[in-house]
Design a protein. Structure first.
Length: 244
């Protein structure tokens, strides 16, 4: 056993299901419920995965799986590691974000092309001190192509991932604005890091739920634009899952 190997590691147990290669990971309860309906899962037909829910088809070994909600990098990675251990190879994450660019408005969809690491989980999977993690180029391209196909406008660019939602200070926002980050959230950089470490394809969409670019918080959680953006993102994910 290599001294760098984990002592505790994810593995498929005797009675845990084997998942198909395609998995969707939802950051929020509301998007999990929306995707559950779109992907034709029985809302009550799930297994517990830590404090999340795992939906999968018991009729088809190659079926799509859906899990969530997840909050924060450490917990999101716990769930991702277990999805990979159970067979997931192509994974799409859907989350919410706060825009720090004046170009990204409430309800807009962002395809993450990189993630700036400002969380503590990635460093445990990387020996280098690189400041960013990246999706699989193939998955990011597929997400962009699917949004284009259903004629949904979107942004492509960097996401800033932080551990501390209440420490998004003006100084920090200014720093990440200069690095051309479009938005801030709490999971994506760690998910990209772990997906690369485990050798699986992963991409991420983030829907803008609130705005911070002006250094005053503008929440949009109840706005119709936000609801439409979430629905469009979920539709794109549903359609892509049926193709990959």
């Amino acid at each position: 056993m290599d001294s760098n190997d984990g002592i505790i590691f994810p593995k498929k147990g005797k009675h845990t299901p084997v998942l198909g290669p395609v998995a969707v990971l939802a950051g929020t309860e509301t998007d999990l419920s929306l995707l559950c309906g779109m992907l034709d899962f029985d809302s009550d037909g799930y297994q517990k995965l830590f404090t999340s829910r795992l939906y999968f088809s018991s009729r088809s070994a190659g079926g799509i799986s859906l899990s969530g909600p997840v909050v924060g990098a450490p917990y999101a990675v716990m769930v991702l590691e277990n999805l990979i251990a159970r067979g997931a190879e192509k994974i799409i994450f859907l989350g919410w974000c706060g825009s720090i660019s004046r170009e990204a408005k409430i309800g807009d969809i962002i395809v993450a092309t990189s993630a700036i690491i400002d969380e503590g989980t990635s460093g445990h999977y990387r020996s280098d001190a690189g400041p960013r993690s990246f999706p699989s180029e193939r998955m990011a391209a597929r997400l962009s192509a699917e949004l284009n196909e259903i004629e949904i406008n979107f942004h492509s660019g960097a996401i800033w991932t932080t551990d501390a939602i209440y420490r998004e200070t003006r100084r920090q926002v200014e720093i990440y604005q200069r690095l051309n980050a479009l938005a801030v959230e709490m999971e994506i950089s760690a998910l990209f890091t772990v997906a690369e470490y485990r050798g699986v394809d992963m991409g991420a969409l983030a829907v803008v739920s609130d705005e911070l670019a002006s250094f005053k918080w503008r929440p949009g959680f109840k706005m119709s634009e936000f609801k439409r953006g979430r629905q469009a993102a979920c539709k794109a994910i549903k359609d892509l899952c049926q193709k990959i």
